[in-house]
Design a protein around this ligand. Structure first.
Ligand SMILES: CC(C)(COP(=O)(O)OP(=O)(O)OC[C@H]1O[C@@H](n2cnc3c(N)ncnc32)[C@H](O)[C@@H]1OP(=O)(O)O)[C@@H](O)C(=O)NCCC(=O)NCCS
Length: 182
């Protein structure tokens, strides 16, 4: 059984949650929390829960963390390998990221991202990209970069973060084929 990565106590709300790695038996709870989070999201493809399943089935969930409250999974984040100009060079994509809609704005999403990025660093990752709201992701150091692109998305919402002092490469990003699910 994996050990918790971290405990968090948001004092003002008196909730305590644990971030830990996904383990066997978590699959359906992760599915449910992903559906719940994106059902209430402003922008959703409706395929996020399927993407997580397909990443798992393809053994492409390189980092998969859950946030639990009282032993119940209430948040999840996935990281998978990306390619740049067709090659894997140590870069990863963050997402989907999900927090149960009743528990937003209590620090769970930020904690999942921070722990996930630390985990990537310890795996020796060269960097991470994300497609999402800059207002949320820039706090972790993600920024726009003209040289590293994802085709077909608003450039303002596609962000990059170098890890372990690696340079940001030039090129075109491709996520795992699970993200092409319709
Ligand atoms: C985005 C999401 C994961 C954030 O999780 P959370 O636990 O509510 O976030 P936290 O409590 O850790 O962070 C709250 C901070 O993020 C900001 N924030 C939260 N959701 C945001 C969003 N969608 N856009 C911009 N900022 C957001 C809050 O304003 C708050 O900022 P502050 O600390 O400056 O006050 C959650 O809202 C969610 O599951 N949304 C639906 C799914 C989704 O959109 N996933 C991300 C896709 S890229």
């Amino acid at each position: 059984m994996s050990m918790p990565l971290a405990y968090f106590d948001t004092h003002w709300h008196k909730i305590v949650f644990i971030i830990r790695e996904e383990h066997s038996g978590d699959e359906s709870a992760i599915h449910e929390v992903t559906i719940d989070a994106f059902r209430h999201a402003e922008h959703s493809s409706g395929t996020e829960a399927t993407i997580v399943q397909e990443l798992r089935q393809s053994t492409a969930l390189e980092v998969s963390l859950v946030a639990t409250l009282d032993g119940v999974i209430r948040g999840h984040v996935a990281f998978s390998r990306i390619t740049i100009n067709g090659h894997y060079i140590g870069w990863y994509g963050l997402g989907p990221l999900s927090v149960h809609h009743m528990l937003h704005r209590q620090g769970i999403g930020q904690s999942l991202v921070k722990e996930g990025l630390q985990r990537l660093c310890s795996l020796g990752a060269a960097g991470c990209v994300v497609l999402g709201d800059p207002a949320f992701y820039k706090r972790f150091g993600f920024r726009n970069d003209e040289e590293l692109r994802l085709v077909g998305v608003p450039p303002t919402h596609f962000m990059v973060l170098s890890l372990n002092n690696n340079p940001i490469p030039c090129g075109t990003v491709a996520y795992h084929e699970a993200f092409s699910t319709n």
